[in-house]
Write a protein that binds this ligand. Structure first.
Ligand SMILES: Cc1cc2nc3c(=O)[nH]c(=O)nc-3n(C[C@H](O)[C@H](O)[C@H](O)COP(=O)(O)O)c2cc1C
Length: 503
């Protein structure tokens, strides 16, 4: 190819020069071709990129197509039901609910219902009346002095840093209007989380951002200062996150601006990796003592922890420690391995941790079997974007739900998969001021509010369709699976099947 480059390059140049000389046309080509030749010559000499050494000019098309591959995939290839992590249908549902426009779908389902993986609700022949009020849940166990009356659906942990300042502000204003909480994520509690007046769950990660001393260790004084702010309704200790359990937070250098570095107390424009484990405790006993310490320091606000389940014996040990110390968290947030993130190593995103459903079932069953289920709430977070997913999580053991990417869609996220490189085109997950400007806080906060409201209303409608009045009455018996149909056909038509095989 390099030989071809020289032959065609020189031939073209000669041709264009001749045309220009004779007709005085092709002026632009006379400029462009030499530039391409110089670029090509440079690429032939450089030693970093094999493709460009071998295809000095055409090689750039590979980079161009790589760059726009997600867009091509989404706009031209993806079908309505198969986009990843969220299908076009799922994203559209959130957009419509956020815009408060008709979210009904036409003509019938596009899913293959006669499949073993199909899951659906067994509706009642006698549906209940649809509740008008949006469901709420009280969080706060026996040692909690300031129980919190939470919405059934809230904004999951996403830090300022991972999200833009406009996104954080829009989420907070939406949360205030809809009376639900915004979880700060491990990046710390900032003014953007407070100025809208919405309820806050303050997350404490291994970096202790906002409550760390100069050596990066937990500072009780600094914690106490922020934990007692009235907007802070609950505090969540982050043990792990589904997309990267056992890894610790990642803030890419491109998103670590001077402002964010100042808030977190780190060096700007460098990659910030929070350690995988906490320095304030290192075993179940220490964790439960830390829960008690935070409760004291916050004047009795609800304290919980968030984790993705890995080694189940470790979770059981934590539960035994709760019983031994007679100290319980007010809530436990369960994140599935399919959870979202701003940035994570692919090995961790694809290959570490238990998915949401089995994790939720395991945690609920463990707490029930140890007779401590009533001491705390379980918050489920794993692709909760519709009324159906809320009911499903509750049936598997959750009391309430968090959604991260659902609320990102409500802000206008288009699943461009650029959260990690500061190039989010919608201004949601970037620190680029130009891109951020696209996200108008007043408009998007309304969408956040409507998405929450309309999704919970859809959950109320499903609840009524199942013949139930309260979410506390929802259990797994209202759900059916495709393999149940297969089982029923074997059960009811065995003779038919035998006849078929005989002939
Ligand atoms: C952009 C982004 C940033 C996140 N940051 C945090 C974080 O700081 N702390 C945390 O515990 N989880 C974080 N998460 C995980 C979410 O809180 C949530 O647990 C996970 O995405 C699953 O919920 P989802 O399926 O509704 O997105 C983040 C997720 C996203 C998409």
């Amino acid at each position: 190819m390099r030989k071809n480059f020289f032959i065609f390059g020189i031939l073209f140049l000669a041709l264009v020069a001749t045309i220009y000389y004779k007709t005085e046309r092709g002026f632009l080509l006379v400029i462009i071709l030499p530039i391409l030749l110089v670029v090509g010559l440079y690429n032939i000499i450089q030693k970093k990129h094999a493709i460009l050494r071998n295809f000095p000019v055409l090689g750039y098309f590979r980079y161009l197509f790589e760059m726009i591959a997600p867009e091509i995939q989404q706009y031209f290839i993806e079908r309505s039901t198969d986009g990843k992590p969220f299908s076009r249908n799922q994203r559209s549902l959130v957009y419509q609910r956020a815009k408060n426009i008709d979210s009904n779908s036409p003509f019938g389902t596009q899913l293959n219902l006669n499949h073993s993986s199909y899951e659906g609700i067994k509706h009642s022949i006698f549906p209940a009346v649809v509740n008008k009020e949006l469901p709420r849940v009280i969080v706060g166990g026996k040692d909690c002095k300031q129980p919190y009356n939470a919405s059934l659906l809230n904004i999951s942990a996403m830090s300022f840093g991972s999200l833009s300042e406009h996104a954080v502000r829009a989420l907070n204003i939406g949360a205030k209007k809809g009376q639900f909480y915004q979880n700060t994520g491990e990046g710390g509690l900032t003014d953007y989380h407070l100025e809208g007046g919405g309820d806050i769950t303050w997350q404490i990660g291994t970096g202790y951002f906002g409550c760390r001393d100069k050596d990066g260790n937990f500072s009780p004084e600094k914690f106490s200062e922020k934990a007692t702010i009235p907007n802070v309704k609950m505090i969540e200790i982050k043990l792990s996150q589904g997309a990267k359990p056992g890894h610790g937070g990642v803030l890419p250098a491109a998103k670590n601006t001077v402002q964010i570095a100042k808030i977190r107390g780190v060096e700007p424009h460098t990659l910030i990796l929070s350690p995988p484990s906490h320095s304030a405790f290192s075993d179940p006993k220490g964790l439960i003592q830390f829960v008690a310490q935070l409760r004291n320091l916050s004047n009795g606000k609800p304290i919980g922890f968030k984790l993705c389940i890995g080694n189940t014996a470790e979770f059981e040990a934590i539960c035994h420690e709760m019983i031994a110390q007679d100290t319980y968290p007010d809530f436990i947030t369960i994140d599935g391995a399919e959870g979202g993130t701003g940035a994570a190593p692919l090995e961790f995103a694809d290959g570490v941790g238990m998915p949401f459903e089995p994790a939720l079932i395991f945690v609920n069953k463990t707490l029930v079997s140890l007779k401590i289920r009533d001491k705390m709430r379980i918050i489920g977070s794993g692709k909760i974007i519709s009324g159906y997913s809320i009911l499903h999580a509750i049936a598997l053991g959750a009391d309430m739900c968090n959604s991260a990417r659902g609320f990102m869609f409500s802000l206008g996220c288009i699943q461009a998969l650029r959260c990690h490189n500061n190039e989010c085109p919608t201004g949601v997950a970037t620190q680029n001021k130009m891109l951020m400007k696209g996200l108008v806080v007043t408009d998007k906060s309304e969408r956040v509010y409507h998405f929450h409201k309309n999704t919970l209303h859809a959950a109320n409608e499903l609840l009524a369709a199942a013949g139930k009045k309260n979410f506390a009455d929802v259990d797994i018996n209202i759900f059916m699976r495709g393999d149940e149909f297969a089982h029923l056909s074997d059960l009811y038509f065995p003779d038919n099947l035998k006849n078929v095989t005989q002939y």
